[in-house]
Design a protein around this ligand. Structure first.
Ligand SMILES: Cc1cc2nc3c(=O)[nH]c(=O)nc-3n(C[C@H](O)[C@H](O)[C@H](O)COP(=O)(O)OP(=O)(O)OC[C@H]3O[C@@H](n4cnc5c(N)ncnc54)[C@H](O)[C@@H]3O)c2cc1C
Length: 323
């Protein structure tokens, strides 16, 4: 690991002033569970770390009639332990519980979870986010069993790593960001993008922007996250689906469905065909919709089927049906 300067601000304003105009200049340090391992491997080399552990206003959870406000430095354990989250946003609770490592949940924060870097083994070995050499894509030529099956027509083939992002997007959550230019609020879906060239990041945050909190609407209690994992390991899921439903009796009035771990960004599924269907019909339709447009590589065709199954189960789980 390179030498770095360590800053320990106690207010958001102070933290933002310490960030820089490039990610090499400074990086936000939350729980450090992702950032520090990338620094030890020289994959990222910020000259200053701005710890947010001492910024009290960034941590904590509150619920009111409109929804949940979750501070970016709230730990994953606090999310799992919150009765408000369990009752008002069960899909968020399920996604957080799915992060099985107790150590990660104790140290990891909501902001760090959303902004963790991709779990692509080429990227993590210093071969770049797009993992290309003179012969083209290393991912296409090499082991790609965990890589993207959607949105992979360009150079980016990694999958988005966040387990919380799909359900936050399905619920219509917004993120608030602070920089020296002021504050902005954006839908969580717009925090992410697919980089087109090496050097671009997979998040839309500017280097001097700090994620301060999330606002999660809790109008509909019918939401769920379903993950498909390799046995009971600590690893990330192979595919996941998050669903939020508004029900009109037995029928689906509104739906949102977002897949995780299958594309370089959380993958929003077109659910037009679900409206007006019974829950059981909608679950079948969701499975079909979830696999539309898939472009798997030879070694990860199985992930398309996993996405389909996760989507179907997520609709049933959101409607509180067993599968
Ligand atoms: C064995 C193992 C299993 C795991 N399984 C899963 C899983 O199933 N699902 C899953 O989603 N994750 C999983 N993780 C990842 C884990 O959830 C993340 O490492 C953790 O949540 C990151 O949070 P952190 O606070 O430690 O972030 P940090 O490491 O401190 O930061 C991560 C990134 O986010 C940036 N950042 C952090 N906070 C902010 C902020 N407020 N504003 C701007 N930028 C910010 C940092 O600069 C850095 O680039 C796993 C990790 C391990 C080691």
């Amino acid at each position: 690991m390179n030498r770095f300067e360590y800053a320990h601000p106690t207010t958001v304003d102070e933290a933002v002033r310490l960030l820089g105009s490039t990610f090499d200049e400074a990086a936000v340090l939350a729980g450090g569970t992702d950032l520090l391992s990338l620094m030890k491997d020289f994959v990222v080399e910020p000259k200053r770390l701005v710890s947010i552990a001492g910024v009290a206003e960034l941590a904590g959870l509150a619920a009111d009639g409109a929804g949940l406000r979750i501070g970016a430095a709230t730990t994953l354990d606090a999310l799992v332990d919150s009765n408000d989250v369990r009752v008002l946003a069960p899909g968020v609770h399920q996604a957080a519980t799915g992060i099985r490592s107790r150590q990660m949940r104790a140290m990891g924060t909501v902001g760090g979870e959303l902004l963790q870097r991709p779990r692509c083994w080429y990227f993590r070995r210093g071969l770049g986010l797009l993992a290309q050499d003179a012969g083209g894509s290393l991912v296409e030529r090499g082991d790609h069993r965990d890589h993207a099956v959607f949105g992979n027509a360009g150079a980016a083939k990694f999958v988005h790593a966040s387990s919380l992002a799909p359900i936050l997007i399905a619920l219509g959550a917004r993120a608030t960001l602070r920089s020296p230019r002021g504050e902005r609020s954006t839908p969580v879906a717009e925090l992410f993008r697919t980089p087109a060239r090496e050097g671009e990041r997979e998040s839309t945050l500017a280097p001097d922007e700090l994620l301060t909190h999330l606002d999660v609407p809790t109008g509909s209690p019918h939401n769920a996250t379903v993950e498909i994992r390799h046995r009971r390991g600590l690893d990330w899921p192979q595919a996941a689906a998050a669903c939020a439903l508004t029900l009109d009796g037995e029928r689906v009035a509104e739906a949102a469905l977002v897949l995780g771990h299958v594309a370089p960004t959380p993958w929003i599924v077109d659910v037009e065909g679900l409206r007006g269907k019974t829950v059981d019909e909608a679950a079948v339709a969701a499975g079909e919709a979830a696999r539309k447009g898939a472009t798997p590589l030879p070694g990860n065709v199985h992930k398309v089927e996993l996405a389909k199954v996760a989507a179907r189960r997520a609709v049933l789980a959101a409607a509180r049906r067993s599968f």
